[in-house]
Design a protein around this ligand. Structure first.
Ligand code: SAM
Length: 244
């Protein structure tokens, strides 16, 4: 084993121990409860563009992209375009790899960000538009390696339908990452009243329903054991079996 392999082996052993560390679990839960009250997720920019993600999630995503080297990253939910810019940069070492970014409402300031990204193709539609199955059919090809990132409307029904529509695109050993499953574990008193989602109606409940009787995907706990703080608890879904 070379020094890097040894380092990673020790890291993985520590992460497995952390899985049963109740103090770490309580710390993570306390943090998650405060995310919305403190607007923590709005603290960051990527190369000057707001990115609504936890830094630990970005680190995990960067590792996954490097490991999987996808031909396509398909993301739903662009907002300011910070995550799109991040995905675009992460794919640059892989010639020809492309980000497919989908949003129902691409604002002017996001258009300006997207215009500069050569390896990004934007689809200005609902992620569940009737046209989407046709559009996505282009990517149903086993010669492509595809990773999917869901971060649009966070209601149970919307995310469950997204999972059904987009999961078949995910290659073996690649992932569909469902962001904001943490909504289920936040302090509900601070979720703005105009949000249709909350405890019992969240990306997390959608993931639970999606995984029922599903032997193609598992929630990858190894990632969570390392990053601990995540807006996607239980949402790092790895394809472990070929699509039927
Ligand atoms: C949480 S923000 C995305 C944040 C972004 N991924 C980031 O990391 O910076 C949610 C986005 O989802 C979009 N959205 C809401 N409903 C949608 C739908 N049905 N289809 C596609 N996008 C939708 C909104 O317009 C908004 O831009």
């Amino acid at each position: 084993m070379n020094p890097i392999e040894e380092y990673i082996k020790a890291r993985d052993e520590q992460a497995r121990k952390n899985q049963d560390d109740i103090l770490l679990e309580i710390a993570a839960q306390n943090f998650t409860e405060q995310i919305i009250r403190t607007n923590y997720v709005k603290n960051f920019t990527y190369k000057g563009v707001p990115i609504m993600q936890l830094p630990t999630d970005l680190m995990a995503m960067q590792e996954l992209i490097w490991q999987i080297k996808p031909d396509y990253i398909i993301e739903t939910g662009i907002a300011f375009g910070g995550m799109t810019k991040f995905y675009s940069d992460m794919l640059k070492p892989f010639r020809g790899s492309t980000v497919i970014s989908i949003d129902i409402d691409v604002r002017k300031h996001a258009e300006a960000v997207l215009d500069e990204l050569e390896n990004v193709h934007t689809i200005r539609l609902s992620s569940l538009s009737d046209r989407m199955p046709d559009i996505l059919s282009v990517f149903f090809d086993e010669k492509y390696t595809t990773l999917v990132s869901l971060d649009s409307n966070h209601t149970h029904d919307h995310v469950l339908q997204e999972l059904k529509l987009y999961a078949p695109l995910v290659s073996l050993n690649s992932y569909i990452v469902v962001f904001d499953t943490s909504v289920e574990f936040m302090n509900q008193n601070y979720i703005p009243k105009d949000r249709p989602w909350g405890k019992g109606n969240s990306p997390w409940t959608a993931v639970q329903e999606f995984l029922k009787g599903n032997d193609e995907f598992v929630a990858d706990k190894d990632i969570e054991n390392r990053i601990v703080l995540t807006s996607a608890p239980g949402g790092w879904l790895k394809r472990v079996k070929e699509a039927k």
